[in-house]
Design a protein around this ligand. Sequence first.
Ligand code: ADP
Ligand code: MG
Length: 304
Amino acid sequence: MDTAMRLTVYGQGAGEAAGLARERVLELEALLSVTDESSDVCAANRNGGGVLHADTAALLERALALCGETGGALDVSIYPVVRAWGFTTGAYRVPEEAELAALLERVDYTRISLEGTVLTLPEGMELDLGAVAKGWTGDRLMELLRREGITSAIVELGGNVQALGSKPDGSPWRVAVQAPDGSGYAGALEITDCAAVTSGGYQRYFEQDGETYCHIIDPADGRPARSGLASVTVVAEEGAAADALSTALFVLGRERGEALWRERGGFECVFIGEDGSVAVTQGLEGRFSLYGAWEGRTLEIVRK
Ligand code: ADP
Ligand code: MG
């Protein structure tokens, strides 16, 4: 998953449970990586589908449902476009308009067929589960830890944080939300038994001729998303949903993001604009506070 991870587990049996969780992450990484030639996802991309491992199929099924819920702002078939920009290989470039148009012909998650574990990909179509995989992995780790009798743990998978229960002393976990301008932390979020996932243009990007190109692609035009948001953090019970929605909201921008929040519900979010503005949906009122250099700013509350 190409990121640093930290698993912190408390209570009796914590060491053993953390060890099992670590193994589970490595097992899922081996199945899901889009850059590891031997992964289940790469094999499916090479072969136009096939019989998937049960884990890969379960993740894909959930991811396809989430693509639908975001109206296609999240599209797990975006891989040919992501690769053209060089985001998987590091060979960054700005593709021509015609090249993007041709690649977009191969992007449409509604044409993916998944029957049980049997996947069929239309000609030229390739999967990239990167926008949901870490969140979904977080859910599996929560499951595993619960099964091991753990009631307090926090798992950090790159920009994804997922909490099991509360801190051992019963208080909520405090999660830092990074300042997208690199000035440390913008704020702190209190969470219990849920996931907090951030997507931002500052995490992975390249610059060319004074333009910045980020790794989240708008499936509508095949170009890096430029919706006016510098980052968006989504808080939801389910890690997979939080991960999917943070990517989708970064594409959609604040206005359409708020509309999705009102219509779909089931999540809360922190919007940080490119203009430095900060807004949180009303469920986070009192659970998010500005921090450090950001403390003096106005915190807007988005209401239903
Ligand atoms: P990160 O994995 O860096 O935390 P995200 O969860 O937002 O960030 O996922 C971004 C990754 O998902 C990209 O690196 C790319 O592989 C893939 N991706 C980019 N745009 C989209 C999109 N619109 N829908 C689905 N996947 C995307
Ligand atoms: Mg995501």
